[in-house]
Write a protein that binds this ligand. Structure first.
Ligand SMILES: *[C@@H]1O[C@H](CO)[C@@H](O)[C@H](O)[C@H]1NC(C)=O
Ligand SMILES: *[C@@H]1O[C@H](CO)[C@@H](O)[C@H](O)[C@H]1NC(C)=O
Ligand SMILES: *[C@@H]1O[C@H](CO)[C@@H](O)[C@H](O)[C@H]1NC(C)=O
Ligand SMILES: *[C@@H]1O[C@H](CO)[C@@H](O)[C@H](O)[C@H]1NC(C)=O
Ligand SMILES: *[C@@H]1O[C@H](CO)[C@@H](O)[C@H](O)[C@H]1NC(C)=O
Ligand SMILES: *[C@@H]1O[C@H](CO)[C@@H](O)[C@H](O)[C@H]1NC(C)=O
Length: 393
């Protein structure tokens, strides 16, 4: 609490606005400035770009190179697109490169290959078209080109016939050793797994992790002890399932070019209560302190009508260095409806929250001492459903 106020006072004292990017299905990417006016924090639009396309769904910021990659889901159209932007200190976004891609891109993540210099890669999950694509990217200039396309099909619908009519790749997560890419597939009840070829950077499919029928895996995140990045000891993986609202935890081990998952935990994103009817888990992240797992619930109305929840689970000691097992700590207000995505900055003690159906963005206190969300600091209604947010670093 105290450190949050100090961080905010510093932010405002220097009259330096902190930028939060927000993607809107109205066809815009907003650069919002968090700053203090008349003694209260507020969000104001610094600039707005329409160059990502009709339905911006995901924002991937490369903070080192100050380049923002925006996926356009292009709802209702046959093709999607990806656009890279140079980010400016004043919030303006200058488009660099746009590529037409298969329809329905919803999440991406970057990776590298030790044998490939000057280039990085990113993979994209295309929900609507059952496709995973990969790109080679010049990270300095923000130019990228398609290198691989994986198309999936199913012989019959899954148990949830309406949502599982076809494979629906929904997430992309890179493992902490940088050797594997995981793609949770909501339609096929799989986590598709790819080995990153170390000399070419190309993805090589290996055996998937098979999730429970009808569970609908959506997004996943890895935990490793603080300060141990790149090692393969004490690695854990957490996966949220949109269709049954379960959080699963796995011990991860590695052998000869393979990654293995051993499930040790499974609980509702509502702890020991059952999920309210109609609720759908969405996002998952490890807290900046590296000791909690944060999960967003959508359409659960836990805190009143159109006031959904964020669930917090503990997974490590306060130093973030020792794994402790997983325990549900409680539900916290999201201050609006349908949190599809959020971004927490430990440095400022702030959580940016994409409240999709409230068509607004909230900035919520991130209490570093308790490792939980707190008060609502600021909010702003925008022009459409808000699927994603990202803090400028
Ligand atoms: C500050 O408050 C005054 C009085 O309520 C109001 O007239 C003014 O518009 C406010 N300024 C800002 C930047 O919100
Ligand atoms: C923002 O900064 C960029 C780069 O310095 C500049 O080209 C642009 O004109 C600025 N935009 C506004 C609205 O001030
Ligand atoms: C655009 O969509 C069509 C129809 O789904 C598809 O065949 C084509 O490959 C897509 N174009 C690109 C560049 O992905
Ligand atoms: C679906 O996958 C099967 C097995 O890989 C393949 O034989 C078939 O041609 C595919 N169908 C389509 C429509 O891509
Ligand atoms: C359910 O969780 C609550 C809050 O953590 C706890 O107080 C309660 O004892 C638990 N009930 C059961 C049956 O485990
Ligand atoms: C949501 O619930 C919290 C906690 O009860 C409350 O402080 C807040 O005002 C509510 N917000 C909305 C938008 O309903």
């Amino acid at each position: 609490m105290k450190s949050t106020l100090i961080a905010l006072a510093t932010l405002c004292g220097q009259s330096v606005a902190q930028t939060l990017y927000a993607a809107s299905y109205a066809g815009s990417v907003h650069s919002l400035a968090l700053s203090k006016a008349n003694g209260t924090l507020g969000l104001s639009t610094q600039s707005l770009s329409t160059e990502c396309g009709t339905s911006p769904s995901w924002l991937m910021l490369d903070g080192d190179n100050k380049i923002l990659y925006c996926l356009n889901e292009a709802i209702g159209a046959s093709n999607g697109s990806i656009t890279s932007f140079n980010t400016q200190g004043n919030g303006s976004l200058d488009a660099i490169n746009t590529l037409t891609v298969p329809g329905g891109p919803v999440m991406s993540a970057m990776y590298s290959a030790p044998g490939v210099h000057n280039h990085k890669f990113f993979a994209v999950a295309h929900y609507e078209t059952s496709i995973v694509t990969t790109y080679a990217v010049d990270p300095i200039r923000g130019h990228f080109k398609l290198i691989q396309t994986f198309t999936y099909n199913m012989s019959a619908p899954g148990p949830n016939a309406e949502r599982q009519d076809a494979p629906h790749p929904h997430g992309v997560t890179v493992d902490p050793t940088g050797r594997f890419v995981l793609v949770p597939d909501l339609g096929a009840d799989l986590v598709r797994i790819f080995h990153i070829n170390p000399t070419t950077g190309h993805l090589e499919p290996i055996d998937p992790y098979v999730a429970a029928p009808g569970s609908g895996p959506r997004h996943g995140v890895f935990w490793t002890p603080k300060g141990s990045h790149g090692t393969d000891a004490n690695v854990y993986f957490f996966l949220v399932h949109e269709l049954n609202n379960l959080l699963s935890g796995f011990r991860v081990s590695y052998t000869e070019g393979r990654i293995h998952f051993s499930k040790f935990f499974e609980e509702s994103s509502f702890g020991n209560s059952t999920a309210p009817s109609g609720s759908k888990v969405a996002e998952i992240a490890i807290s900046p302190e590296n000791n909690h797992i944060v999960v967003s619930n959508r359409l659960d109305n836990t805190f009143g009508r159109k006031n959904d929840s964020l669930a917090v689970f503990s997974c490590a000691d306060i130093s973030g260095a020792s794994f402790t097992g997983v325990q549900f700590l409680g539900l916290y207000p999201a201050y609006g409806s349908s949190v599809r995505n959020f971004d927490i900055t430990g440095r400022l003690g702030l959580m940016g929250v994409a409240l999709e159906q409230s068509q607004k963005v909230a900035v919520v206190q991130w209490n570093k001492a308790t490792g939980r969300p707190g008060k609502l600091w600021a909010e702003k209604e925008l022009d459409g459903d808000i699927p994603a947010v990202a803090w400028a670093l």
